[in-house]
Design a protein around this ligand. Structure first.
Ligand SMILES: O=C(O)CCC(=O)C(=O)O
Length: 327
């Protein structure tokens, strides 16, 4: 069922600036329902900073004193990414946040099509003191797509941060710059591997940047050619958790990140499929009921692979096509 919680003004803001922050798209209850799953993957801020031995904390300490992690200048450091974990997780409530109908509705509006796909889903955790989280301004252009994005919404892609905890000015909020200020700037200079940009230019962007500060449940949405950067976590004993999502228009084969078929052998894959609606499965890439892929054999094979999945919508669509002589 469509669950449209955003407003036209949000999409207008996205069209004008290339980004929008939709405050409290999901409720605190919806977000907190995923905390048992989230905190089976990560230590809470309190657990992490307590200093107690904890297997969930070890990845954040491994190379934190290496030269690659030293200094205070804004750059990309390996430890900034220590908190990335790929979907799907063993907790289905956490997984289903990535496919929440209200998020799919935002993506449909932004990309101006119903035919959308989730191509990336990773949770991200940052803890004060693990590293200097300040990054240079960059766009996500090179590591999400092999080709430059179009300026209209055709073949679109969009990155979204679903805030799993509150983000204040001290929680290293993302800083973002309106696309209007960078429209004439070559993308290759702005990607994360790009050339250094003149410091006067950076100062102009810094002054114009907005910090994405908002409570848990908020959704920060930005286009692949929008300049942004992570900032340092300064809150004592703090942490920030978010779901990093990438959606694209179906058929944009030059855009991608996490291939879901590779997750097919994870033990959490089948339970996730069983919990998804038809629409959520379409967004993961299952052909819709009535698609030409479905015939007696593929339906039989799908029933064998996912014995608990209710395949009636696909069966009914095939029967209808058979009656009409189109199957
Ligand atoms: O943490 C953030 O807010 C942004 C991170 C980011 O842009 C990146 O790691 O490339």
């Amino acid at each position: 069922m469509p669950d449209c919680r955003h407003r036209t003004e949000h999409i207008e803001h996205f069209d004008e600036h290339g980004w929008v922050l939709i405050e409290e798209l999901l409720t605190p209850t919806e977000i907190e329902a995923a905390y048992p799953g989230l905190f089976s993957v990560y230590p809470t801020a309190e657990a992490f900073h307590s200093g107690d031995a904890d297997f969930r904390s070890s990845g954040f300490k491994a190379i934190s004193d290496s030269p690659a992690n030293a200094g205070e200048d804004p750059r990309f450091r390996p430890m900034q990414f220590a908190g990335l974990r790929e979907f799907p997780f063993s907790d289905q409530t956490l997984n289903l946040l990535a496919l929440h109908p209200a998020i799919i509705a935002v993506v449909e509006s932004v990309l101006n099509t119903h035919d959308v796909r989730l191509y990336q889903a990773e949770t991200f955790a940052k803890y004060t003191g693990v590293t200097e989280y300040d990054q240079p301004f960059h766009v996500d252009y090179t590591n999400h797509t092999m080709l430059p994005p179009r300026h209209d919404r055709k073949y679109g892609q969009v990155t979204l941060f679903l805030f799993l905890t509150d983000v204040s000015a001290e929680h290293g909020p993302t800083k973002v710059v309106s696309r209007q200020l960078t429209d004439d700037f070559p993308l290759s200079k702005l990607n994360s591997m790009g050339e250094k940009v003149d410091s006067d230019q950076v100062a102009v962007w810094e002054k114009a940047a907005t910090s994405a500060i908002a409570p848990r449940g908020s959704l920060f949405v930005y286009a692949p050619n929008v300049l942004h950067r992570g900032t340092n976590m300064s809150i004592p004993g703090g942490a920030r958790f978010f779901f990093n999502l990438g959606y694209k228009s179906a058929g944009a084969d030059w855009v991608g990140a996490n291939p879901w078929p590779r997750k097919g052998f994870y033990e959490q894959w089948e339970p996730l499929v069983n919990r998804c609606s038809v629409r959520q499965l379409e967004v993961l890439g299952f052909p819709a009921p009535g698609h030409d892929y479905w015939d007696e054999t593929t339906l039989h094979g799908a029933a064998e692979r996912y014995p608990e999945l209710d395949l009636r919508p696909w069966c009914e669509a095939l029967e209808k096509r058979s009656r009409m002589g189109t199957a």
